[in-house]
Design a binder for this molecule. Sequence first.
Ligand SMILES: [Fe+2]
Ligand SMILES: [Fe+2]
Length: 253
Amino acid sequence: MTTPFLLVQLSDLHIGADWGGQDPVAAVEAAVAAVLRLEPRAGAVLVSGDLSENAADAEYERTRELLQPLGAPLYVLPGNHDDRAVLRRHFDVPGEGGEPVTYSADLGPLRLVVVDTTLPGDDGGALGEEQLGWLDAELAAAPDAPTVLAMHHPPLATGIKPLERIGLPPADRRALAEVVGRHPQVRRLVAGHMHRGIASELAGRTVLAAPSTYLQARLDGTSEQLTLDPAPPGFAVHVLVDGELVTHVQPVG
Ligand SMILES: [Fe+2]
Ligand SMILES: [Fe+2]
């Protein structure tokens, strides 16, 4: 067995939030400590959106400080609680101002491709023609690189009504499936937003929504209201080992 390559995925940090008196800062500190205990160490860290609660400069500044000890290349993307322009002031994100955040990065044995599912001012997601056109071309440029495709709103159905209302609409998921279907090197689609670890598939590829480092959503198929679950926070670890990409969902106890 060759040395595994670890891509750690933290999601939905919500720095600045005060949901039910719970502290998101302490939760990120615990997640970072857990990441630092991994062996081998993370080769890269992805933060899949909702870094902040209110998109305030101070919240991003604090987030940056909290993630600093990770000591691995950091890749961020915006969620519905973020603001692209403010995010760009604090993190090294390609593009300018309020432009959608799309980029790709060579992590070594893996390629990370990021698309922007956010709709400024809306909690729901979308993937328009522009995003999908960019993605199709970007994937066509490196057909042999094992690729992880990352976004905030996961292309899956949750069966949880209040989450369905703020998800990626079925038509957008189908359009994404058409693009991904043309690019066999896409090995995993990863996202956050749902505050639960959820797996599904799209175009024959596994889709993983990572849990939040903060609070988790309850599995409830009937309620119209979102309720929180006392489940522990967690993060995802995507491990490339001997050419196989496996995903662990790691609780932070
Ligand atoms: Fe979130
Ligand atoms: Fe979100």
